[in-house]
Design a protein around this ligand. Structure first.
Ligand code: PRX
Length: 647
């Protein structure tokens, strides 16, 4: 197959962290001598007790154990703040751009230090100690980063929950990790709307399984008569405002948990992916520096939310570990109108922009308008993350946003990988639109067939990683068996990503998407099982099957087949109600695009739903349904096709 290639030489020449031969040298070193390579890279952090051990990892079934720098001690907040303050206290840490274009501010490393220490002291005063879990449910304001770093400073394990998640989702996470404290704001602001964060927390804490929470710290974002529960809820400015701006960083073992982040899988409720301190931070730092070719003084904008892993690694930990300027945006790319993203780039002279294909496609749908009246001439690098980027979107991003002057780094990675795994490096990798290209240092990807046999050459298969890297998740909170089952049971001695990929004749990887029952809707991961179990909670739904289908903007849309309970009258109102029910129960991201009521689902004689058929019907491709002879009742299929909604 022929691909369009954008060679390194087609971009303005500049000195980058690596060129082609440097990439090859470092990559070879990293995979031939991981101990030596990472022993050296670990030095980019400041250690309280230097490590003597580097890599102690096993992917063996029943014995999965991953440790990096295991006898070293350090503090992530110290590494992200104090060591930069010592050099230059006035250097900018955060440029904050509000939802309202008239609002912005700049925060120096010294100011960040003081705010983090005050909050850390307030948390201690409320009884939070090393190892305790703290939920952070915040809008995109600097205080969200302060809260994460305050936890890291005192050794508390944070679990950030995306501000779009529902009270039920909060309660599930509180219960799972037995959190002691919630840090929130009374409201959030997004796209001109106010989001009632504090009242969502109140609703969550009304559930009787959330009794582990002792206190709630509330940042006052808007003046309002917010209801505060006595002896539980405290205003941020009351408790942190009175504290000293100095707090000694807690010495942490490299393998002490830094955070838990919940993400969807193919079965059950979201699982708490655990990242630890040393390896995660070193990996976030090195990837941020090389992939974005970060140079001192660059304005770097990762347009994600801190509620996702992208925000953890590339708004907070990676950039701050490198002393970078991280732009934090409270709003959405289409508010007040579709030019916003380009306007923010011009306003703050952004050098590096990292966003998601879904945002690019939403803008692309508006033609030239999103770039109108802006120059974007400060940009020199673009990044993409979260889902495959189709070549049309790649071209539009490249030409319209990047003025055809900026390489695009299409970065493939996952919540579980902690940092970027397959990616071009600017100045080092020739680009092919739609391909995440080549592995980062220390990453050994491979393709296997369903038996786990390695596939060689230009071929498609299941994407696995055959050896450990420092940023890798260590376990699932409270359930190491689930960790082993999910990632290490499909194939012996390999980490299974859940993704399929194709490798081309140049060894470039093209990620084709999930091969399990996980959907990727606008770059957000959703388990079909999770949506199904929400649907059947509704009294009108007896059974549900959820599949994804190709969606122009969201990448995948959510198509739901539901069996009504006996005697249910199906009306448009009821369909709306069921949709709202899922939104309220999980989050608006999980809102079904299509809800098709049906008297039956295609099942095998042993009762297994044949999702393959449901996917085809949802994609409006029912001409190629494949073998339906094993169905218990083939007539069901005709009925489903007849009443399909995605025509
Ligand atoms: O399917 C892959 C897709 O997103 C999944 C990971 O989702 P999450 O853990 O939420 O992390 C997203 C941000 C890192 C992967 O299994 N994915 C992520 N990046 C890409 C991608 N698919 C194709 N190309 C990418 N660049």
């Amino acid at each position: 197959m022929l691909h369009k290639v954008h060679p390194v030489a087609s971009y303005p020449a500049r000195k980058t962290h690596a060129d082609k031969s440097e990439y090859q040298r470092l990559y070879n070193w990293s995979v031939e001598d991981p101990e030596g390579f990472w022993a050296e890279q670990g030095k980019r952090l400041d250690w309280m007790t230097p490590y003597t051990k580097v890599k102690q990892t096993s992917f063996e079934k029943g014995k999965v154990d991953i440790k990096w720098f295991a006898d070293g001690q350090l503090n992530a907040s110290y590494n992200c703040i104090d060591r930069h303050v010592k050099k230059n206290p006035d250097a900018t840490a955060i440029i904050w751009e509000g939802d309202d274009p008239a609002m912005d501010k700049t925060i120096s490393y010294q100011q960040m230090h003081d705010e983090v220490c005050r909050l850390a002291n307030a948390m201690k005063a409320k009884g939070v100690t090393k190892g305790d879990r703290v939920i952070i449910y915040m809008p995109m304001i600097p205080e969200a980063a302060f809260a994460m770093l305050a936890c890291a400073r005192i050794g508390a394990v944070h679990s950030v929950i995306f501000g779009g998640f529902s009270p039920n989702a909060i309660a599930d996470r509180v219960e799972d990790c037995q959190a002691k404290m919630v840090i929130t704001a009374n409201f959030g602001r997004r796209g001109g709307n106010e989001v009632p964060l504090k009242s969502n927390v109140d609703k969550a804490l009304e559930r009787d399984n959330t009794g582990s929470i002792e206190s709630v710290i509330v940042y006052k974002l808007l003046e309002d008569d917010t209801a505060m529960v006595a002896d539980r809820d405290y205003w941020w400015h009351d408790v942190a405002g009175v504290c000293e701006p100095v707090c000694d960083p807690e010495p942490m073992n490299a393998e002490d948990p830094l955070f838990v982040l919940y993400t969807s899988g193919s079965t059950g409720k979201p699982k708490g992916v655990v990242h630890t301190t040393g390896g995660y931070l070193a990996y976030a730092a090195i990837t941020h520096e090389y992939v974005f070719d970060y140079q001192p003084g660059d304005v770097y904008w990762c347009a994600a939310d801190v509620g996702w892993i992208t925000g953890h690694s590339y708004i907070v930990y990676g950039p701050f570990a490198n002393g970078a300027i991280s732009l934090m945006f409270e709003g959405v790319p289409t508010y007040p109108d579709v030019r916003r993203m380009a306007q923010v780039v011009d306003k703050h002279k952004v050098d590096i922009l990292y966003t998601a294909p879904t945002a690019i496609r939403a803008l692309m749908a508006k033609g030239d308008l999103p770039a109108q009246g802006t120059s974007r001439e400060s940009l020199r690098l673009l990044g993409s993350v979260g889902e495959p980027i189709n070549p049309e979107a790649w071209d539009w991003y490249h030409d319209k946003i990047g003025n055809s002057q900026c390489p695009i780094v299409d970065t493939w990675w996952q919540t579980e990988t902690g940092g970027i795994m397959i990616t071009p490096l600017p100045g080092a990798t020739d680009l092919k639109p739609g391909s995440a290209t080549l592995p980062f240092f220390g990453v050994k990807p491979a393709l296997v067939d369903s038996n786990g046999s390695f596939l060689e050459g230009a071929v498609s298969g299941n994407l696995v990683i055959t050896d450990s890297w420092p940023g890798q998740a260590r376990t699932v909170w409270g359930d190491h068996d689930r960790f082993e089952q999910t990632y290490f049971s499909a194939y012996d001695n390999m980490y299974f990503t859940g993704d399929g990929a194709r490798r081309d004749e140049d060894g470039y990887f093209w990620i084709t998407g999930r091969v399990d029952d996980v959907l990727n809707v606008s770059g957000h991961r959703l388990g079909t099982a999770e949506i199904e179990s929400s649907l059947v909670e509704h009294p009108a739904v007896a059974e549900a099957a959820v599949v994804g289908y190709p969606h122009d903007i969201k990448g995948q849309g959510i198509y739901v087949y539901v069996l009504p309970t006996d005697g249910t009258e199906i009306t448009e109102e009821l369909t709306k109600e069921v949709r709202q029910f899922v939104r309220d129960d999980l989050s608006p991201i999980a809102s079904p695009d299509f809800i098709q009521w049906t008297p039956g689902l295609p099942k095998t004689r042993s009762g297994k739903i044949m999702r393959r058929i449901l996917r085809k019907i949802a994609a409006n491709e029912f001409d190629s349904l494949g073998d339906t002879s094993t169905l218990a009742d083939p007539a069901v299929v005709d009925e489903l096709i007849e009443n399909r909604l995605n025509k």
